[in-house]
Write a protein that binds this ligand. Structure first.
Ligand code: AMP
Ligand code: GLY
Length: 403
């Protein structure tokens, strides 16, 4: 099988590693890729916002499957373009990608599917905004309806900040604050069947102790020893399967990766948000633990053939720590960390580029061992002008040891 993977982040490096390990894969291409991906796949220059260029490359390479990593080309409808040309594609259509592309659309689908989420109001006028802020109260949760490159969501106790953010959006979703630990749980769907992956937890804030600005994610770990033992089954039953059924009933089946961002509240599981692609850095802890051959799995999803599939996982724990450039996320410095560090044992280094330079994923028999390995690698690689959080998976590893 010949595959083209679109994207250039740590997530794509982890996906490339998983795809390449599948014995069915004869050629792995990635565009635009990065220096780490170039060590395991053939990389090609590409502007990922150019649907025609993606189609052209896929046709030129004569691939059997395209796997689309980031949300931008998905929301731009690249999957429709590829499928119209007869190319099997892992990634939702433009219509289905609206689950990430529009917060209001996601709310409507959840409502129709009976999936529990924060109560919310969608506002377009200052009067509606003021009314909604007063109704839901502190902490204020204000979300730009559209894709905003990670800058769309403001959670704050400061009324002025909440109001300003809301007034700056054309359409804004204001909602109740959900109090509970956050979990990322992904499903792989062929449009009818969805397979729930293992849960992971992501660390969104830049600095230790969940301080500092929101980022794309500074680290992750999986599994979650503290989570309810039936979290996978419950999320499948209450969230993933109903959404897939609703999207199919609307005539816009969801084929690809459905990312459920969940809050485990005292009242049960609530959806915080959906994304329509693998999470970064959650993918860097999930793919090293997944034993099911990845390329075959994603091909089956793309060709509507998941019905008899199951996912198999290793018993290892995995912890990923992100090394970021100083100034990330608002104004990251340009840093070249090179690529000579990719052979540290028990540890994967996934390159990214941009503000998040790379991540180190340690594997171990428990979170403590996995953490130690990830941090050993990161402390060797760190250099001037970079930083990382030192508390990724710390509380969970201490709690696990205590049990
Ligand atoms: P983003 O990844 O930029 O969409 O940021 C979303 C983050 O904002 C989530 O990971 C949560 O930490 C937080 N958030 C969003 N909605 C809520 C909510 N209703 N209650 C509490 N936190 C929220
Ligand atoms: N880790 C959060 C995201 O991928 O959106």
């Amino acid at each position: 099988m010949k595959i083209l993977l679109v994207g250039s982040g740590g997530r794509e490096h982890a996906l490339a590693l998983g795809l390449q390990a599948d014995l069915e894969v004869t050629e792995l291409h990635c565009a635009p890729g990065n220096s780490g991906i170039a060590q395991i796949a053939k990389v090609h220059p590409l502007d990922i916002s150019d649907n025609a260029a993606i189609l052209c490359l896929a046709q030129e390479l004569d691939v059997d499957l395209v796997v689309v990593g980031p949300e931008l080309p998905l929301v731009n409808g690249v999957s429709d373009v590829l499928r119209r040309a007869g190319i099997a594609t892992f990634g939702p259509s433009k219509a289905a990608a609206q689950l990430e592309g529009s917060k209001n659309f996601a709310k409507e689908v959840m409502h129709d599917a009976g999936v529990a989420t924060a109560r919310s109001a969608t506002c377009t006028t200052p009067a509606e905004i003021e009314k909604a802020l007063a109704q839901f109260g502190k902490p204020y949760v204000v979300k730009d309806d559209g894709l905003a490159g990670g800058k769309g969501v403001v959670v704050t106790n400061d009324y002025k900040e909440a109001l300003e953010h809301a007034l700056g959006c054309q359409k804004v979703v204001i909602e109740e604050f959900l109090d509970g630990p956050e979990v990322s749980l992904f499903g792989i769907s062929d449009g009818k069947t969805i397979l729930a992956m293992q849960p992971a937890q992501d660390f969104k804030r830049a600095f230790n102790g969940d301080e500092g600005p929101n980022t794309g994610g500074m680290g992750a770990y999986s599994p979650l020893p503290w989570a309810p033992s039936d979290i996978i089954e419950q999320t499948h039953r209450e969230v993933l399967a109903p959404i897939i059924a609703e999207m199919a009933a609307r005539g816009t089946p969801f084929v690809g990766l459905l990312y459920a961002g969940l809050s485990l509240t005292d009242h049960g599981i609530r959806v915080i948000e959906f994304n329509v692609r693998f999470g970064d850095p959650e993918t860097q802890v999930l793919i090293p633990r997944l034993k099911t051959p990845l390329a075959t799995l994603l091909y089956k999803a793309a060709t509507r053939d998941l019905e008899n599939e199951t996912l198999e996982w290793s018993d290892d724990s995995a912890v990923a720590v992100v090394l970021a450039a100083d100034g990330y996320p608002s104004a990251p410095q340009t840093i070249d960390v090179g690529s000579e560090f990719s052979t540290i044992t028990d540890t994967y280094i996934f390159y990214a580029g941009g503000g998040r330079l790379l991540s180190a994923t340690g594997l171990g028999s428990d979170l403590t061992e996995a953490r130690d390995r990830a941090y050993r690698a990161i402390s060797q690689i760190q250099c001037q002008g970079t930083f990382y959080r030192s508390d990724i998976a710390l509380n969970a590893s201490v709690a696990e040891k205590g049990n």
